[in-house]
Design a protein around this ligand. Structure first.
Ligand code: UD1
Length: 356
């Protein structure tokens, strides 16, 4: 079997799955597509998460959606043809995910999709297109959250393909809990004692200069309340800086952080402001209030059971003020099966499927 990994969040989800399949004696190869290629977006994750060195790196890199997806498909077709894997395992909702699923399906190689069934119902998000198509093409839909089973059924995916297995991103979080040392990360990156941590990289928030400018105005409003620490994703960096993100004394701009430092910084934050997917889940488990600057989320369980809240630009500053005053909502914040054992459950489903 081969794992196809391309972008930062893929690495975090794959680590426990690869480890559990190794323990089950599976023969595995890792194809890195090279969608993310900066050392801080890729290498550091392989090192910290104990991922095996990729068997091959396709070096696809960046580009428009058509250009990038086409290059991914061409590279993957060559690899799948020469390796003839019994199964292709794909993760999440990035362009590498849909490209691998499409190529495998046309070569009649079954696909297992880890993190199947999530839906934002917003087809303007590239990730929603990637999720829907990948699930249609997958022989195994490995679902993180109960509502995902219903979404798949509503789209005609046979129920026999869908398996609720829990959340492997949370496996990685729980496995590394002792390493998230907030005092160390504060000292290493000269972070203030009390801060709000922000990450922003969605095309809808950072690609248009006017939107990026409006966002920066509201982020400065947050920085009026508390110091704002913002590790900046390469996407949007230029627009956010051109809009004057660094023009406020309370704003601390960092380069992208490795996994351990990043989650340690999240753990020590008074609140998080984000448009990321995975961070909505990680803050839920860490009990840090999360304000998600998006009109919708494919992870609604982080709102009903977690610490997450969706906000518009205008709602952001009042929502952060409230979070700073009251902290995270009380209650059980752990969705079903987000227990650190998703990797072994996924390995079991896969091994059983391959033995049939
Ligand atoms: C991708 C995913 C997104 C995910 C994010 C996590 C898709 C459609 N989107 O978005 O769902 O949340 O990864 O990080 O797959 N760049 C670099 N160095 C890198 C990678 C990217 O400089 O190592 C810059 C390039 O300018 C590039 C831009 O970031 O054009 C966007 O990269 P891309 O891979 O297209 O998508 P992301 O925005 O990273």
């Amino acid at each position: 079997m081969v794992h196809v990994l391309g972008a930062r969040p893929n690495f975090v989800k794959a680590a426990p799955v690869i480890a559990a399949l190794r323990a089950a004696g599976a023969e595995q190869a890792v194809i890195h597509t090279g969608q993310h290629y900066d050392a801080r977006m890729s290498e550091v994750f392989f090192d910290e998460l104990g991922l095996p060195e990729p068997d091959v790196n396709l070096g696809v890199g960046s580009g428009g959606h058509a250009e990038q997806t086409a290059a991914l498909m061409i590279g993957l077709e060559g690899e799948f043809t020469s390796r003839s894997p019994a199964l292709v395992i794909v993760y999440g909702d990035v362009n590498s995910t849909i490209a691998a699923a499409l190529v495998a399906a046309k070569l009649h190689i079954p696909v297992a999709h880890v993190e199947a069934g999530l839906r934002s119902f917003d087809m303007t998000m590239p990730e929603e297109v990637n999720r829907r198509v990948t699930d249609q093409l997958s022989a195994l839909c490995l679902v993180t959250s109960p509502e995902g089973i219903g979404h798949l059924a509503a789209e005609g995916v046979p129920v026999s393909r869908a398996h609720l297995v829990g959340n492997p991103m949370i496996d990685t979080l729980l496995a590394n809990l002792d390493s998230f040392d907030t005092a160390r990360v504060r000292a290493a990156h000269r972070l203030p004692e009390r801060y709000v941590l922000a990450t922003m990289h969605r095309p809808a928030n950072v690609d248009a200069p006017e939107t990026a400018s409006a966002l920066v105005r509201h982020l400065h409003g947050v920085a009026d309340l508390a110091d704002l620490v913002i590790p900046v994703h390469p996407r949007g960096r230029a627009n956010l800086l051109a809009a004057g993100l660094d023009g406020h004394d309370g704003v601390h701009i960092l380069d992208p952080l490795g996994y351990i430092d990043f989650i340690a910084a999240v753990r020590g934050a008074a609140a998080v402001v984000t448009d990321s997917g995975g961070l909505q889940e990680e803050t839920t488990i860490l009990g840090v209030p999360c304000l998600t600057v998006r009109p919708n989320t494919e992870r609604p369980i982080t709102i009903t059971q977690g610490t997450n809240r969706l906000v518009t630009f205008e709602e952001l500053v009042p929502a952060v003020r409230k979070a700073l005053e009251s902290g995270a909502p009380a209650g059980d914040r752990r969705p079903p099966l987000w227990d650190g054992h998703a990797g072994p459950r996924i390995a079991e489903v896969i091994m059983e499927y391959l033995s049939e």
